[in-house]
Design a protein around this ligand. Sequence first.
Ligand code: FPP
Length: 255
Amino acid sequence: MIKRVQAWLGRKDGQQPVEISPDNIPRHVAIIMDGNGRWAKSRGLPRIVGHQNGMKAVKRATIAANDLGVEFLTMYAFSTENWKRPKDEVDFLMKLPVEFLALELDELIEKNVQVRVMGDADALPAHTRKAMEEAVARTQDNTGLVLNFALNYGARKEIEDCMRSMGEDIRAGVLSPEEITSELIDSRLLSGGLPDPDLLIRTSGEMRLSNFMLWQVAYSELWFTDIYWPEFDKTHLLQAVAEYQRRSRRYGGLK
Ligand code: FPP
């Protein structure tokens, strides 16, 4: 059964219908939210205004994914490399999850959303860690969309930590090299328990992975758009899902 969804396909394309099949919704969508700074610059605004508007797009994407029946939504909010930015910008980015949760947590709870976080929490400022921990605790029994924030996350560090833990277990004699499988690695990554992303979206025209979920995106469908993250709304998610549904996923096999 094909459900016809009317949506704007970007400002230049005018209004065109998007065909979305409810039978083939990606279970896990991961998003590299890029272009906040350029969005702000193109309007003569400070970069932090771009991030502030990026936060509003997080809300729109969450609601749209939830409405569409996506089960897991992972958002790349801060990478292990983003500490290299000026302190003022880092401080602002660390306040955004606090602000977002203060504004939106009640509605997320109402919508049965479960908040998760993956990344090195120990290095986060106390206010950021506390807000995230509270959101995770208050939503842990929710059974709807899993909204997973990658915060102080880097895939190479994630893989390095996973390998170190296996090395330590081998040294302690509780793991043998033969027992190392893809499943074991999956379970020891920060995303443990989540299925691999089916669809990876990156905004702002950049076409790279930037140290995001390098193990998990092995067979993800990639969708890139030129729009900047603060412009992202439901129609862009629908466009991405429509394109996802046109792809033939073969996992190295034949159709
Ligand atoms: C990349 O754009 C974006 C980031 C490094 C930060 C992403 C964060 C948000 C969208 C807000 C997060 C909100 C919550 C609720 C956690 P950029 O600044 O690198 O853009 P540029 O490449 O144009 O400079």
